[in-house]
Design a binder for this molecule. Structure first.
Ligand SMILES: [Fe+2]
Ligand SMILES: [Fe+2]
Length: 307
């Protein structure tokens, strides 16, 4: 049994639609009955039709299918549509369900494993959008004025003339201002509870945890638009890349052997002292790839880049 994971498909954005078809075909031609599939967020670009088309592309996958949303999937134009909070809590889980995809934020998916190490016990797929709360950006080495500028940039969503579009397209829909850190705090708390319940479940042997945003500093790298000679801009991007609480929740789960994220479009890989693998898939707008994980042997394999 293998778990197939990709991220940042961004269906309909920045790339021709044939790229999604090729990405899906690569997986569907190789997947075997009983395998599982996880899409790690930024599936489309803020439109339900794009999402439905992407889910439909995997209708033939021969096993359980799951996803976590990305920030782009929570975009909703002000004064139109349901608002990001309702997208997250109601619309996306329901849309996934219609297409046979479980949204991991609402609960884990158990995949039977009948051979190899851990045979007889299930592999659980856990996960969350994750969000960001600026905790992955070190600020301690910056002078106080620079720290203040970075923090002001997180409040406004603008830094050095660059605008973070989530600040425009994520909104609550109930008149109250959107709060990125509050959403991340909720994601951390739910993921922690999910992982602790799986730790206590004797029928679950291994957990694979998928977040859209990064869970640790090791999973992030400077944003492609950031420059090392502009440390304030670099830290601003890092702050928007994930939440350290996600990593803390995952480290409290010895059964979690693999943690995967996307979001920054920069590949990273790291193994911690407990042998847990941390991966940032690094899929970009114009090229994508698959990661497959075989829980029985612990084997991780990257597919070729598909452009
Ligand atoms: Fe993305
Ligand atoms: Fe993202």
């Amino acid at each position: 049994m293998r778990i197939w994971i990709t991220a940042d498909v961004h269906h309909g954005m920045g790339a021709h639609p044939e790229l999604t078809e090729r990405l899906a075909r690569w997986c569907l031609e190789r997947a075997e009955p009983g395998d599982a599939l996880v899409l790690a967020g930024d599936l489309a670009c803020g439109d339900a039709r794009g999402l439905a088309a992407l889910f439909a592309a995997f209708a033939g996958f021969p096993g359980p299918r799951a996803f976590v949303p990305g920030n782009h999937d929570l975009w909703s134009r002000p004064d139109e549509g349901p608002g990001s909070l309702r997208l997250y809590e109601e619309v996306l889980p329901a849309l996934g369900q219609q297409h046979g995809f479980a949204m991991l934020d609402t609960g884990p998916v158990r995949v039977p494993q009948d051979s190899g190490a851990g045979a007889g016990r299930a592999v659980a797929l856990a996960g969350s959008y994750g969000g960001y709360d600026f905790s992955l950006a070190p600020l301690g080495d910056l002078p106080p004025a620079a720290r203040q500028r970075v923090r002001a940039g997180w409040r406004s969503g603008v830094m050095d003339g660059l605008r973070w579009n989530d600040y425009v397209y994520m909104w609550r829909g109930d008149g109250r201002p959107w709060d990125h850190a509050a959403l991340a705090a909720g994601c951390v708390a739910r993921l922690d509870a999910q992982l602790q319940a799986l730790e206590a479940d004797p029928e679950v042997g291994t957990v694979v945890c998928v977040t859209h945003t990064a869970a640790t500093r090791e999973q992030v790298q400077q944003h492609p638009l950031a420059r090392r000679d502009r440390p304030e801009l670099e830290r601003w991007f890092l702050g928007l890349s994930g939440a350290a609480g996600l990593g803390a929740a995952i480290r409290r789960s010895p059964k979690t052997r693999l943690a995967v994220c996307g979001h920054t479009h920069h590949a990273r890989e790291h193994t911690d002292a407990e042998g847990r693998r941390w991966i940032n898939l690094g899929c970009e707008y114009r090229r994508k790839r698959w990661l497959t994980y075989e829980p029985a042997s612990g084997t991780l394999t990257y597919g070729t880049w598909i452009a």
